[in-house]
Each structure stands twice: as structure tokens, then as C-alpha cells.
Design a protein around this ligand. Structure first.
Ligand code: HEC
Length: 92
């Protein structure tokens, strides 16, 4: 019965960007903005203008939260936030 599980790529890392984001990121962003946790991502502050900056910002925040992420987690979160909010073209 476990053969099927081996074929699921996501289970290799066990990293679920959406739930991790919900658990570790939203509460602080909501506090910062005094509202919804995702207001920060609307690009109005101009801090994040491309894929590289998005990744750098995520790295900054995950360090602040002592999550000790590597490339796999950083990239998974970047892809998640990019797909959901930013829609930057792929890294050049
Ligand atoms: C302790 C508070 C805190 C936590 C926890 C936190 N952040 Fe942040 N984050 C901030 C603050 C503050 C800013 C805005 C920085 C600024 O305006 O200079 C920010 C900004 C960002 C931005 C840039 C938003 C934009 O478009 O300008 C991204 C992306 C981001 N955070 C990702 C994350 C992710 C992913 C996590 C969870 C791993 C996370 N943050 C956890 C405080 C936090």
C-alpha cells in the first residue's frame, strides 16, 4: 500500500508551503499591517520587484523566525507566494 506514497513528489520534502505560511508567517504580517496577513504582498510598498528580491525577503523573514530553511524550503515558499500574489516571471 505504501508504493503510491513513494510516487508523490511533495512527500519527499514534507514541506507544505501553504500550511507553513499559515503557521509561521501570517500572524506577524497581520500584526505589522494591523489587518489581514496578506496585505503586505500586494506590492504597494515596492520592496519586492522581482523573483530574486522576493526570495531574499523570504530568507530574511525565515531567519528572523529561526526556521533554518535551506534551498528547498525557500524555493517552495517563493513559488507559492509568487503563484498566489506576485506573478513575477521566472528567474532570469
Ligand atoms: C516577526 C515578524 C515576521 C515574521 C514571523 C515573518 N515576517 Fe515577513 N515581513 C515582516 C515585516 C515587518 C515585513 C515588512 C518589511 C518592511 O516593510 O520593511 C515583512 C515582509 C515580507 C515580505 C515582503 C512583502 C512585500 O511585498 O513587500 C515577504 C515576501 C515576507 N515577509 C515573507 C515572509 C515569510 C515567507 C514568512 C514566514 C516564513 C515571514 N515573512 C515571516 C515580518 C515578519
Amino acid at each position: 500500500m505504501s508504493v503510491g506514497a513513494l510516487l508523490l513528489p511533495m512527500s519527499a520534502t514534507g514541506f507544505e508551503a501553504e500550511s507553513v505560511h499559515q503557521e509561521h508567517c501570517v500572524h506577524c504580517h497581520a500584526r505589522v499591517t494591523g489587518g489581514e496577513g496578506d496585505v503586505l504582498y500586494r506590492g504597494t510598498r515596492g520592496l519586492v520587484r522581482d523573483s530574486k528580491q522576493l526570495r531574499a525577503r523570504i530568507d530574511h523573514c525565515q531567519r528572523g523566525a529561526s526556521l533554518n530553511w535551506g534551498d528547498v524550503e525557500l524555493e517552495a515558499m517563493r513559488a507559492y507566494l509568487n503563484a498566489r500574489y506576485y506573478a513575477f516571471p521566472a528567474d532570469s
